[in-house]
Design a protein around this ligand. Structure first.
Ligand code: C2E
Ligand code: MG
Ligand code: MG
Ligand code: MG
Length: 289
């Protein structure tokens, strides 16, 4: 009986494995096609200065407009892109598109002094990552100080010495660096001090529990205090409620990002929402999406 059951489990297991690897293969093939056929696009989620209430930056988030599946979330394809290495060309496409868009905004509307782009750990394995980023900035004409790169703690931890060297080059060029999903990885404290980062983004999972969970609130308070002590800016991600906003404001959190203000929107929608024009805060209009 045990043997029988074992066998069944085994069959079940392999069936699931097959379905999963099949889906991964389908996504991989689709992604190659997507890159060549312009099916990728960016949405932008505003980041609001907590004291002025002004949109000062936006995070570029990739989406995939599949002809049959519709708009595919990065949650479904980024891990496949990382495993297959496709994140490298996708990452370059994202960077170039975000830089081009922001440069155009700065010239035509005065919108957005900064854009934030996610970098995957996998991209740090490319020996020419720094040169590639530098070339994209030159080619698009965007000032390095207008670019913020978001990296996760795990990206830093894969090969700290190597990553440190690359981050130093990026910093010397004038690019801003932030640690994404802060608090969910390990080693935060030592690396915060050693690495040339400018800001941390508190992970949504901590923000979500405000104001009901004392533990999360203590953590958020401590992260903000520590970051400020180290002269780093703090962004809170996943701000959804007025209560969360109120708490983050009392803690002097610098930037706020979340559905309370806006979901990630298309470039055209962001233009309607306004932003920072010549260093002056433009009226911020909430749009429904
Ligand atoms: P992330 O970098 O931490 O981005 C924030 C995610 O949280 C986004 O999901 C955003 O839509 C979502 N979010 C923002 N505010 C709220 C909120 O108030 N409530 C809730 N529930 N969610 C909120 P998205 O766009 O699905 O992206 C998921 C992840 O995929 C990103 O997490 C990032 O790790 C990755 N990703 C997206 N675009 C890129 C990219 O161009 N390159 C790389 N390497 N990764 C990317
Ligand atoms: Mg991010
Ligand atoms: Mg994040
Ligand atoms: Mg997150």
């Amino acid at each position: 009986l045990a043997k029988e059951r074992g066998k069944n489990n085994y069959q079940f297991y392999t069936k699931e494995m097959t379905a999963r690897s099949l889906e991964r293969m389908t996504i991989e093939r689709g992604l190659r096609h997507a890159l060549l056929n312009n099916e990728l696009l960016l949405h932008y989620q505003p980041q609001i200065d907590s004291s002025s209430g002004c949109i000062v930056s936006a995070e570029a988030l990739v989406r995939w407009q599949h002809p049959e599946w519709g708009l595919v979330s990065p949650i479904r394809f980024i891990s496949v892109a990382e495993e297959t290495g496709l994140i490298v060309p996708i990452g370059i496409w994202v960077l170039r598109t975000a830089c081009l868009q922001t440069k155009a905004w700065q010239e035509n509307h005065g919108l957005l002094s900064q854009v934030a782009v996610n970098l995957s750990a996998r991209q740090f394995l490319e020996h020419d990552l720094f040169e590639t980023i530098k070339a994209v900035l030159e080619e698009t004409g965007l000032n390095p100080s207008s670019l913020e790169l978001e990296i996760t703690e795990s990206a830093v931890m894969q090969d700290p010495e190597r990553t440190l060297a690359i981050l130093q080059q990026l910093q010397e060029l004038g690019i801003r660096l932030s640690i994404d999903d802060f608090g969910t990885g390990y080693s935060s404290l030592t690396y915060l001090r050693r690495f040339p980062v400018h800001s941390v983004k508190i992970d949504r999972s901590f923000v979500q529990d405000i104001p009901n969970d004392e533990g999360s609130m203590t953590l958020v308070r401590a992260i903000i205090a520590l970051a400020h002590e180290l002269k780093l800016d703090v962004t809170a991600e996943g701000v959804e409620t007025e209560a969360q906003l109120a708490f983050l404001k009392t803690q002097q959190c610098d930037l706020l990002q979340g559905y309370l203000y806006s979901r990630p929107v298309t470039a055209a929608q962001l233009e309607i929402m306004g932003g920072e024009i010549n260093g002056q805060c433009a009226p911020y209009r909430k749009i429904s999406s």
